[in-house]
Structure formats: C-alpha cells, structure tokens
Design a protein around this ligand. Structure first.
Ligand SMILES: Cc1cc2nc3c(=O)[nH]c(=O)nc-3n(C[C@H](O)[C@H](O)[C@H](O)COP(=O)(O)OP(=O)(O)OC[C@H]3O[C@@H](n4cnc5c(N)ncnc54)[C@H](O)[C@@H]3O)c2cc1C
Length: 390
C-alpha cells in the first residue's frame, strides 16, 4: 500500500488529523491496533476548549456537539468552607463545552466511514521505519498477513504507550517528566450532576472534582493514594468519600447510583522534545501527558493535529515552513498547557510531603485568587485555552 500520510493510532489525534487531511484532499490511511468497539469504550476526557470546538467544526463533525454538548461559562472552586465561581465568559469572552471524548471519537469515526476513508483496525505488530529517509513506512499484520504501508510522512498519534515515540533513537529525543504522588479515583454514573457547572474542591481529605458528561451522566473524582486498588472501592465507599469532600449543601443534594465505570488514573506531566524526527511527527499523548486537572489532554491533541495538518497542506502546496516549524510551534503551546495543569494540580491536591506549610500556601493562593480579578483572568484564559501559535 502507498499513501501520502500514514497515521498510527485512531484515537482523537489520529481521527481528527484524518478528518482535516480528508478535507484538504490529502490521501492518508490510519492504522490502529485495537478494534472500533475498544476505541469507543474508553472513558476519558470531557471538557472541550473553543479551539477544539472550532477544529471539529472545521473538520465538518461539529453538528452533534452543538446539539448535545453543554456550554459552560464558569466553574466553582471550593476550599476551606468557601466557594468561588470563576466566570470564564465574563473574564475572557469565551466558554468551554462539556462533551465526552467518547462522543467526539464516535462523531469522527462516523464521519470517516461516511466519506469512505481507510482505517485499518485490529492491526498487530505495528512498526514504523525509514523515517530518517525519503521512504518512511509502517508495517503490521492483519488477519495473519504481513502488510507494508509506504508514505511520504508518518504521523505518530498512538498515545503514551505507542510504538512511534519508542522507535526514535534515544540520542535524538529528550523527555521531561514529573510523576505526582497520588492518583484520581473516577466514577461514571447515570445520575444527574450535583451542579450544572464543574466543582473543583481542595479539601483536607484531598482533591475532588464534580464533573459530568451530560445532564443525566455524572463523572466524579477523588484524589487517592497510588497504591490503592480500584477493587477495594465499593460504590458506597466512593459516594461516602465524595460527600466528605463536597461542600455540605452539595453533599446533601448529591444523587448517587451504581457506577458504570470506575478506575484509578495516576497523574503525570510528560513532554517529549522535539516532536519531529525526519519524516515522523508525534502528536497528542504520543508526545506529551498532562495531569487531568486542567482538562488539557484532549485539547492539546486537537491543537497539535491542527498544526500538523496545516504543515502537510502547506507541503503539498509547495512550502515546507509548516512542517519545519511544527515542533517549535506545537511545543510552545504544549509547555504553557503543562504549566497550567501543573499549577492547578499543585493548588488543589494534598501533597503529603509539603505538610502544613504547603497547605497554608495553597489557601493563601486561593484566597488571593478569589480577591484578584487579574489572577482570575490569568486562570480563566488558560482554562478556556490559549490560541494556536500562528
Ligand atoms: C484514563 C484516562 C483519563 C483521562 N481523563 C482526561 C480528562 O478528564 N481530561 C482530559 O483533558 N484528558 C484526559 N485524558 C487524556 C486524554 O484522554 C488524552 O489526552 C487523549 O485521549 C489523547 O488522544 P490521542 O489520540 O493523542 O491518544 P489516545 O487517545 O491514547 O489514542 C491513541 C490511539 O493509538 C492506538 N495505539 C497505541 N499503540 C498503537 C500501536 N502500536 N499501533 C497502532 N495503534 C496504536 C491506541 O489504541 C489508541 O486508539 C485521560 C486519559 C486517560 C488515559
């Protein structure tokens, strides 16, 4: 097989890149190691920045998002018995939209099927090579038959554990990492959300987030230890712990029910530099991870592939500036989102090693934030998403 762009991974990065390349008439094939059902079954992010919404519109897949997504103009911060609303719209003129990553993925998959573009699912032994030459290729096995896909470029959209980043020689790549000493225990349940906007809580029992995927489906998280096992958490134990961390009025109002998903996710900040290696380009979680506190993971994946699609489109129109500057442009936005996610994580969680002094610093910063429009504006403009570098 031969194509212009071989995309490895059919998560949000790979599928959105595919949709943007399709619109530009650029031939491409996506190779995914899992089945469509497996890809659709992963419960992950749910808050979209305006930048991501605009890109989904540009790709022609925004209709259901606009019909069913929940626009949010703000969120609440709770700490020390206090509650403060960050009015995103008043501070920035922008809002975010709550719409599950699963739904974004479904819309992109449906669009791809409708326009007849190729996605190879259930590909085994996926490998990439030749990206330091003019003839890069992807090999895989499908239905027991070895396949070779030759391309002008490879887009590594295969997530944190993918094969693309792992195929780059160690001497060509630098990584930067911070692992946090806790995780998030998350529950998804078909119960109405306790509040129509997100509530981020810093409590002395640890962080909590009251979020949602729709008006009837809630997503709640509590900070937990890294050595905890999800099986040890019954639904009742989870709801009890969440109530202890919610403001009292919300705890009283909370509607509980059986979980439809329950998992523990470790928190990590991770960046790869550069994001281009010859004819191989990394995008999304293949290149970077953020702790979920700032809701940036999916949004960064979208902005990476916007820059990458622009680079490929310019290349086929005769200019290499976009692909030559891809890494630098993408990383300038990635590092700012890393900073914001790290800062918000540091502000809201209990860090065992920083003790009473660390907790007092958090409260002083939260108190300052609530009293300063300037500080809230900084927070809001990062939360709604910074512009994609020109
Ligand atoms: C448990 C969890 C919870 C999260 N919660 C949030 C959240 O609340 N808010 C937020 O903003 N972000 C969250 N994120 C992050 C967000 O989901 C990711 O940033 C987003 O999925 C990135 O999309 P991606 O396409 O780059 O990577 P992925 O979604 O990981 O997709 C990569 C794709 O590549 C495929 N693949 C992997 N290896 C290979 C291979 N060798 N060959 C072929 N295909 C391969 C995978 O099967 C997958 O389909 C969460 C992530 C996780 C893991």
């Amino acid at each position: 097989m031969r194509t212009q762009v071989a995309i490895v991974g059919a998560g949000p990065s790979g599928l959105l890149l595919g949709a943007l390349l399709h619109k530009a008439g650029i031939d491409h094939v996506i190779v995914e190691q899992r089945s469509p059902d497996y890809v659709l079954g992963r419960i992950r992010a749910g808050v979209l920045e305006q930048v991501a919404v605009d890109l989904l519109d540009e790709a022609g897949v925004g209709a259901r998002l606009h019909a069913e997504g929940l626009p949010h103009d703000g969120f609440d911060l709770c700490f020390d018995g206090r509650r403060h609303r960050i009015d995103l719209h008043a501070l920035t003129g922008k809002r975010v939209v709550v719409y599950g990553q699963t739904e974004v993925t479904r819309d992109l998959m449906d669009h791809r099927a409708a326009v007849g573009r190729t996605t190879v699912y259930d590909a085994d032994n996926v490998a990439v090579g030749g990206f330091d030459t003019a003839r890069p290729f992807v090999t895989f096995r499908q239905g027991g038959v070895e396949q070779r896909l030759e391309a002008d470029f490879i887009a590594g959209c295969d997530g944190f554990h993918g094969v693309c980043r792992a195929s780059v020689p160690g001497s060509a790549i630098q990584t930067f990492e911070k692992v946090y000493p806790f995780g998030w225990l998350g529950v998804l349940a078909d119960v109405p959300p306790v509040s129509h906007e997100l509530i981020y809580g810093n409590s002395d029992r640890g962080f909590m987030l009251a979020s949602m995927r729709s008006k009837t489906r809630s997503r709640y998280y509590v900070q937990c230890r890294l050595d905890e096992k999800v099986e040890a958490w019954s639904d009742d134990a989870f709801w009890d712990e969440l109530k202890r961390r919610l403001p009292a009025a919300d705890a009283e109002r909370l509607v509980t029910g059986p979980s439809i998903e329950k998992s523990i996710a470790p928190l990590r900040s991770f960046v790869t530099e550069p994001m281009r290696f010859g004819r191989l380009f990394l995008a999304g979680d293949a290149a970077h991870i953020v702790p979920p506190t700032g809701a940036k993971g999916l949004n960064l994946a979208a902005s990476d592939v916007a820059l990458l699609a622009r680079g490929f489109i310019e290349h086929y129109a005769g200019s290499n500036e976009g692909i030559d500057r891809y890494s630098e442009r993408a990383l300038s936005r990635v590092w700012k989102a890393e900073r914001f996610s790290w800062w918000f994580t540091s502000l809201m969680h209990q860090f065992p090693e920083t003790g009473g002094f660390g907790a007092k610093m958090q409260l002083a910063e939260l108190d300052y934030l609530c009293g300063s429009v300037a500080a809230q504006t900084v927070m809001a403009e990062n939360y709604v998403g910074l512009p994609i570098p020109g």
